[in-house]
Design a protein around this ligand. Structure first.
Ligand SMILES: [Zn+2]
Length: 326
């Protein structure tokens, strides 16, 4: 099980080409990266199980107004501002009540959420936006390139849209369309939305500066770099320009210099280890500029591996189904 978990983690975040080799080394037959590319149900079910996307987790204070309220595998972040709450990321469609419970455990009311945000329109980060919008009446703000997909529950996603019955989620109306560099402000908290496309067109990296015990921290949620099984970034690209989008996104993320970095997937920034240290150290436990640099470098390496893998393979012969059978 550990091996499978590690494999999925690598597939999701790190070594795409290495995943197949890793899988081949398993004693039991395991799905290969190509198996996952061809079978969204298998990919989703495996990720939910091995990466604990739907397992409950304890909420935690991170820094200043920012709290973790996600599941074991998926990040959701609550901002307690002077004018109500912001929720960034919702996990899977089924996770709404679990996240609401975590918010209550911290002493806040999910009904007081005023603004709903996420990184990109996929089921694991936008799945419960509709739930929270109904619960709180909050407005959803989302980057231009992902608005259509959010509003049709994933039917217009460039890669998974044809298989929306597997990969989709409850649709919700977007109230505010964001553009690159726009800010979202509630009370004393302002978040800047950087469009970092690739993983989706409207993928968004969030940046903010917060204060904790008189100290100022730049906090970044990098997103947009993951190349999912079945994506094509060079020949026969998943969407025109996707390769250049990834390259620009990586360069942009490399130029950021956060004190604290948090991610939509908890295993990518060692949340468990950091929150354990935070019991004694407080916000200082999350300060990790070198970890950020290494993470983005690993994302670049994974992208470069994907480019090399595609170049070595015939352009139209990867066997991935990207539309309904005709
Ligand atoms: Zn995604």
């Amino acid at each position: 099980m550990l091996l499978i978990a590690r494999t999925y983690r690598r597939i999701a975040a790190l070594s795409l080409a290495g995943a197949a080799a890793l899988l081949a080394s398993a004693t039991q037959p395991q799905p290969t990266r190509d198996d996952l590319a061809r079978n969204n149900k298998l990919f989703l079910a495996g990720a939910i199980k091995t990466l604990k996307w739907e397992q409950p987790a304890e909420p935690a204070h991170i820094v200043g107004p920012i709290y973790f309220v996600g599941t074991q595998g998926l990040g959701s972040y609550l901002f307690h501002t002077s004018d109500g709450l912001i929720l960034l990321g919702t996990g899977m469609p089924s996770s709404g009540p679990m996240i609401a419970q975590s918010i209550r455990k911290l002493g806040f009311r999910p009904e007081d959420i005023k603004i709903l945000l996420t990184w990109h329109a996929h089921a694991d980060h936008a799945g419960a936006l509709a739930y929270f919008k109904t619960l709180s009446g909050a407005r959803i703000a989302m980057m231009e390139g992902d608005v259509a997909s959010m509003e049709d529950g994933g039917k217009s996603d460039f890669h998974y849209g044809w298989d929306w019955q597997t990969m989709g989620w409850p649709a919700a109306k977007v109230d505010q369309v964001l553009h690159d560099g726009d800010t979202v402000t509630l009370g004393n908290v302002t978040l800047t939305a950087l469009n970092t496309p690739g993983h989706t067109r409207g993928d968004t990296t969030w940046v903010t500066t917060v204060t904790d015990h008189g100290k100022s921290y730049k906090v970044v949620w990098p997103d947009g770099t993951s190349v999912n099984p079945g994506y094509r970034v060079t020949t026969n690209p998943s969407y025109p320009g996707i390769g250049d989008d990834y390259r620009r996104t990586l360069a942009r993320l490399e130029a950021l210099r956060p004190d604290i970095w948090l991610v939509s997937h908890t295993d990518r920034f060692n949340l468990d280890a950091k929150r354990a240290r935070a019991v004694k150290l407080g916000a200082a436990a999350y300060v990790d500029p070198e970890g950020y640099r290494q993470y983005i470098a690993s994302q670049r390496a994974a992208f470069d591996q994907e480019v090399a893998r595609e170049k070595a393979a015939p352009p139209d012969d990867d066997g991935v189904r990207r539309g309904p059978a005709s």
